[in-house]
Design a protein around this ligand. Structure first.
Ligand SMILES: [Zn+2]
Length: 272
């Protein structure tokens, strides 16, 4: 699924997902962005909604005015604390990006914000998962407030610096099994962080040790460190090419490594 953020033009996360808060809060008390439109994260059908409630804090009517959408395949989204006057009805089909209501402060809420939940498997709060692992910033002009918690996760989620490839047993690969593995421009924690890698397989063209980590080179100036849930898969290609340096310039060396990687050759780099 390729869910978009539930807000059309402003993202500020004020509370993240954790065991005591099974959703993400957006935009709390941010005056300039009060009452902004809330949009459906994906095509779907409205399976539940409530309207006409005011603020009930501190008494619990948890969600206040809300919209609950089924997106198929067991995915559900929940949008809480909306302003009175939601713009959809139960049973209605909605399109991705369609306005379903406006940010409010209704129900058990003490400030303007959207409480958003993403549910997987069943339409129950207990089935809520961390939405930030699944939401994409579709419109690159969208304004992400730099003071947002999780700013990097929002900003980089849709810009994996290297795209995963098919599993190929002939070449050295890593399998990345976590959502937020940093990709850097050099094998160092001091290297510039270019974004997060999507989960999947990546061809490895060079391996090096630095700063207590094993680093994998997965593209031209693209490196990631060995951490939990990163699995190195040694290639089975019979031909291994040993490349001696420094008989070529660093730039040529890098290009050569990437060419070899594209050609699916196993190469060993030796400094000379
Ligand atoms: Zn919340």
């Amino acid at each position: 699924m390729n869910f978009i953020y539930p807000l059309s033009r402003y993202i500020k996360i004020t509370q993240v997902y954790w065991s005591g808060h099974l959703g993400v809060d957006f935009g709390w008390n941010d005056g300039a962005y009060c009452n902004q439109p809330i949009v459906a994260i994906e095509d779907g059908t409205v399976v539940g909604c409530a309207d006409g409630y005011g603020n009930t804090y501190p008494n619990k009517r948890i969600y206040g005015n809300y919209v609950n959408i089924s997106h198929g395949n067991g995915w559900y989204s929940m949008y809480g604390h909306l302003l009175k006057g939601i713009t959809v009805q139960k049973g209605q089909t909605v399109r991705k990006g369609q306005v379903i209501g406006y940010m409010g402060n209704t129900g058990y809420s003490n400030g303007q914000h959207l409480h958003f939940e993403l549910r997987k498997g069943a339409n129950a709060k207990a089935n809520s998962i961390d939405p930030l692992n699944y939401l994409f910033v579709e419109d690159r002009t969208i304004f992400v407030n730099p003071s947002s918690k999780e700013y990097d996760r929002i900003r980089y989620r849709d810009t994996s610096p290297v795209q995963p490839v098919e599993r190929n047993t002939a070449v050295d690969q890593i399998e990345v099994g976590l959502a937020f593995l940093n990709c850097r421009n050099k094998p160092s924690l001091k290297g510039e962080r270019l974004g997060f890698l999507a989960e999947g397989f990546y061809n490895v063209s060079e391996i090096t040790e630095a700063e207590g980590y094993t680093w994998y080179r997965i593209g031209l100036d693209r490196w990631c460190a060995q951490v939990d849930k990163v699995t190195f898969l040694k290639g089975s290609a019979s031909k291994t090419y040993k490349v001696l340096f420094p008989y070529v310039s660093v730039g040529d060396r890098d290009k050569l490594i990437d060419l070899a990687q594209e050609a699916q050759l196993r190469i060993i780099v030796e400094e000379n």
